[in-house]
Design a protein around this ligand. Structure first.
Ligand SMILES: Cc1ncc(COP(=O)(O)O)c(C=O)c1O
Length: 246
C-alpha cells in the first residue's frame, strides 16, 4: 500500500490477517521497485492510481505498465481503488489500470460517496471474470447483499441521462470551489504553507514550509473561522516530527 495512503482500509486488512507493507509514493505514485525491495513475495497491491490520498499524486503510465507486468508474472492481484477520481479538472481523462489490463489481475473499485453523497452507501467492483463467482459467494456470507431500492433508483438516474449531466454540472461547480479556495488559502497562508499540485478531487493538500513553529490545528481553526472547508476541504500536513500526534 501507498504511504501516505488511505488508512481506512487497515482494519479490513488486519481482519483477514494480511500483512500491510507501506510503500513510498512520490509524484509518479506507487513505487513498484521500492515495494519489491520491502516485500518480494507480495500477492496483492492495493493502491489509488488516479489520485493518491492525501497527496493527490497520479500513477504514471510507465509505472502502470510495470505494475501490470508484475501482477501477470507473479499471478498477483491489484486492487485499484478509484475513490475520488470522478472529478478530474485538469488534463484529459485517465485510462484506468483495469482498462489497461485486458480484464485480468485488476480488481477495480469505487463508491458513489463523492459523486453523489456518502449517505447513499453504494459502491461497486469491476472484477476479472474468474473472481465474479467467489466474490458473489463471499458477499452473500458478509451481509446477504444490499437493499435493491437505492440500486434501482440509481440505475434509473443513470439510464435517464441525468446522472451524466449531474456529473458535468458538479465538475464545473467543484472546480470553481477548488480554484477559489486555493486562491484564498494561498493569499492567507502562502508564506506558511506550500500547496501540493493536484489535477482534481474534492480536497486540497498543503504542507508546512520547513521550520515553522505553528500548529496544524491552529491553522485548521483559522480556516474554519473563515468558513472554509465546506464542499471542498483543506488538508494541512505538518512537518514529519509533528505528524503522529496531529
Ligand atoms: C481512498 C479511499 N478509498 C475508499 C474510501 C471509502 O469510501 P466510502 O466512504 O464511500 O466507503 C475512502 C473514504 O474516504 C477513501 O479515501
Amino acid at each position: 500500500m501507498e504511504e501516505p495512503g488511505y488508512y481506512g482500509v487497515d482494519g479490513a486488512l488486519a481482519a483477514v490477517g494480511a500483512n500491510k507493507v507501506a510503500v513510498p509514493a512520490d509524484e509518479e505514485g506507487f513505487h513498484l521497485e521500492a515495494a519489491l525491495q520491502r516485500s518480494g513475495n507480495a500477492r496483492l497491491a492495493l493502491l489509488t492510481p488516479s489520485r493518491n490520498y492525501p497527496m493527490g499524486y497520479t500513477l504514471s503510465l510507465a509505472r502502470r505498465l510495470a505494475l501490470l507486468n508484475w501482477a501477470r508474472e507473479q499471478d498477483a492481484w491489484i486492487i485499484e481503488d478509484d475513490y475520488d477520481s470522478e472529478f478530474r479538472f485538469d488534463g484529459p481523462p485517465l485510462t484506468s489500470l483495469q482498462g489497461l489490463s485486458g480484464g485480468e489481475r485488476v480488481i477495480y473499485m469505487g463508491t458513489f460517496s463523492r459523486i453523489l453523497h456518502p449517505s447513499i452507501r453504494l459502491g461497486y467492483l469491476v472484477l476479472p471474470e474468474v473472481l465474479t463467482e467467489p466474490f458473489s459467494q463471499v458477499r452473500a456470507y458478509v451481509d446477504g447483499g444490499l437493499s435493491s431500492l437505492p440500486q434501482i433508483a440509481l440505475a434509473d438516474f443513470m439510464a435517464s441521462g441525468d446522472f451524466a449531466s449531474h456529473v458535468r454540472r458538479m465538475r464545473k461547480l467543484y472546480q470553481q470551489r477548488r480554484d477559489i479556495l486555493n486562491t484564498l488559502a494561498e493569499q492567507r497562508f502562502g508564506d506558511q504553507l506550500l500547496r501540493v499540485e493536484s489535477d482534481g478531487g474534492m480536497h486540497s493538500t498543503f504542507i508546512f514550509r520547513d521550520d515553522l513553529n505553528i500548529s496544524d490545528r491552529d491553522l485548521a481553526a483559522a480556516a474554519q473561522a473563515r468558513g472554509w472547508g465546506y464542499g471542498h476541504y483543506l488538508i494541512f500536513i505538518p512537518p514529519a516530527k509533528g505528524r503522529r500526534e496531529s
